[in-house]
Design a protein around this ligand. Structure first.
Ligand code: GH3
Ligand code: MG
Ligand code: MG
Ligand code: MG
Length: 298
């Protein structure tokens, strides 16, 4: 994800000479896409989600400013970096373009070396933003979504479930006797075991929209939109069965001589908040622990 693949640049300009000059310039380093008017720019942007758009301002029908406005209004294209490249070279035009949210503004006639340098600079910013986005939302140990990403997803899915009336289920998954595991096998082995549980959880969350996250410590959570209690139970069963199949030895465990999990599940009830849903799952997890571990409570 960070800079190994070539980045995609869309050139949108109604002047064929400009398109060709810019394309020749960028082709050796980037994957180049072309659009000869505003409509095409919007269509290519939505279809290919380029990393950067070099956007001419003066074009017939849809001008560059309007293209930018429409790109920002569509969630698919809203975050794409844009450099205006324009014959409108008054300071007001440049200021206006930047105020609208363009990353940069290059006046025509452009200098090839400067265009290349600015494109490289803004693509580097794009890579850095992606890396930050990744670090902010992915758990470093397991590669699962982290707590922040889960919280965002729960809020969004709760809203969607409430608006659409579709079922929303959630399961908290906690590794059993994990303190003893660490004490017995050592912390590095504990980390490996946790990664194994995470892989199994990710595999169980394979259905569209499902999310497996590390909530914290040795506690994972499955968020299952469009999923009723029966299907949610099956997902947790898949997770527990796959873990049982791995048969990771745990000589010091309370429930079994292998690593097991306890889970608490819940499905959103009418009028419940996202917090209520989580609290219900947590209460059920507590019950699963109290009644002997290596089980799921709903
Ligand atoms: P229970 O069956 O009641 O859940 O018991 P438990 O021992 O799993 O629960 P407890 O909350 O007492 O201990 C959780 C342990 O998980 C303690 C902590 O050191 C360990 N743990 C949390 N995060 C990590 C981690 O990233 N790596 C390792 N190796 N251990 C972790
Ligand atoms: Mg033009
Ligand atoms: Mg535990
Ligand atoms: Mg715990």
């Amino acid at each position: 994800m960070n800079g190994v693949e070539t980045q995609k640049v869309l050139i949108a300009d109604d002047d064929p000479i400009n398109r060709q000059v810019l394309a020749e310039l960028l082709k050796p380093e980037y994957t180049v896409l072309l659009a000869k008017n505003g409509e095409q720019a919007l269509e290519r942007a939505a279809r290919h989600t380029p990393d950067l758009i070099l956007l001419d301002v003066m074009m017939p029908d849809l001008d560059g400013f309007e293209v930018l406005r429409r790109l920002r209004a569509d969630p698919v294209t809203a975050a794409i970096a844009i450099i205006f490249i324009s014959g409108l070279d008054r300071p007001e035009d440049e200021a206006n373009g930047l105020k609208m949210g363009a990353a940069d503004y290059i006046a025509k006639p452009f200098n090839a070396t400067v265009v290349m340098a600015r494109v490289a600079l803004h693509l580097q910013v794009v890579r850095q933003q992606r890396l930050l986005e990744h670090l902010a939302h992915v758990d470093a140990l397991t590669g699962l979504a982290n707590r922040r990403r889960f919280d965002e997803a729960l809020a969004a899915e709760w809203q969607r479930a409430r608006d659409s009336g579709s079922p929303l289920s959630l399961a908290l998954v906690d590794v059993d006797s994990f303190k003893q595991y660490n004490d017995h096998y050592g912390h590095p082995a504990g980390d490996r075991a946790l990664r194994a549980v995470a892989r199994v959880a990710a595999a169980a969350a394979h259905r569209p929209g499902h999310l497996a996250a590390r909530y914290g410590g040795e506690e994972l959570v499955l968020l299952m939109p469009d999923t009723d209690a029966a299907l949610a139970r099956q997902v947790v069963r898949e997770l527990a069965d796959a873990l049982a199949e791995l048969a990771i030895p745990h000589a010091a465990a309370a429930a079994a001589p292998v690593l097991t999990i306890s889970a608490g599940g819940a499905t959103l009830l009418p009028g419940e908040t996202a917090g209520d849903l989580f609290a219900a799952a947590d209460a059920h997890l507590y019950r699963a622990k109290q009644t002997g571990r290596n089980r799921t409570a709903w």
